[in-house]
Design a protein around this ligand. Structure first.
Ligand code: GDP
Ligand code: MG
Length: 169
C-alpha cells in the first residue's frame, strides 16, 4: 500500500503540553523541561489505520505561539489539528476559540479535536467537564479528549482519531 502522509498541527497557549505531547507520541518519553532540538520543525510516526500506513508529521511551534507571522507558515497545509488546553490553566481554556479561528483562517475546515491535558493535576483543576463539553459544542469540534501526557493517558487516542477522521474525509 502507498503510505499516506498527514501534517498535524498542535495549537494552544504556551505550557499546556504541546511539545510534550509530540515527544510522548513520537519518542515515547516525558521530560519536565523539554527543549526543542534546533533545526527540527516536526517529529513523525507511522501508524496503521485499517491496514493503511499513515505517516503523521507533528509540527511544533517551539514557544513562538504569539507571533502570527510564524504561526501562519506553521499552519499552512495542515491536514488536521489538535486544539490543546490544560485543565489547570483557565486562560488556556478561554483562549481556545482564538486558536480555532487562527487555524480555520489558514486551513479551512480540517479535522480537529479538543484536548484537555494535565488531567493528572485533578486537584489543581480550574476547568470542569461541563465547561469542556460546552466549549467543544460551541466551537463545533466533535471530539473532546482528556489526556495526561505525563501519565501517558489518551495521547495515542488523539492521533488515531485524527488520522481516522482524515482518512474518512
Ligand atoms: P508547550 O509550551 O505547550 O509546548 O508545553 P510543554 O510541552 O513545554 O509543557 C509545559 C510543562 O508542562 C512542562 O514542564 C511539561 O513537563 C509539563 N506537562 C506537559 N504535559 C503534562 C501533563 O500531562 N501533566 C503534567 N503534570 N505536566 C505536564
Ligand atoms: Mg512547546
Amino acid at each position: 500500500d502507498l503510505e499516506i502522509a498527514m501534517k498535524v498541527v498542535i495549537v494552544g497557549n504556551g505550557s499546556v503540553g504541546k511539545s510534550s505531547m509530540i515527544q510522548r507520541f513520537c519518542k515515547g518519553i516525558f521530560t519536565r523541561d523539554y527543549k526543542k532540538t534546533i533545526g527540527v520543525d516536526f517529529l513523525e510516526r507511522i501508524i496503521m489505520v485499517d491496514d493503511q500506513p499513515v505517516r503523521l508529521m507533528l509540527w511544533d511551534t517551539a514557544g513562538q505561539e504569539e507571533f502570527d507571522a510564524i504561526t501562519r507558515t506553521y499552519y499552512r497545509g495542515a491536514n488536521a489539528c489538535v486544539l490543546a488546553c490544560s485543565i489547570a490553566d483557565k486562560e488556556s481554556f478561554l483562549a481556545l476559540p482564538k486558536w480555532k479561528n487562527k487555524v480555520c483562517r489558514e486551513c479551512g475546515d480540517i479535522p480537529m479535536v479538543l484536548v484537555a491535558n494535565k488531567v493528572d493535576l485533578q486537584k489543581e483543576s480550574v476547568v470542569d467537564s461541563a465547561e469542556l463539553e460546552g466549549m467543544a459544542r460551541s466551537l463545533g469540534v466533535p471530539k473532546l479528549i482528556k489526556s495526561s501526557v505525563k501519565d501517558d493517558l489518551n495521547v495515542s487516542t488523539v492521533f488515531n482519531y485524527l488520522a481516522q477522521s482524515y482518512m474518512q474525509s
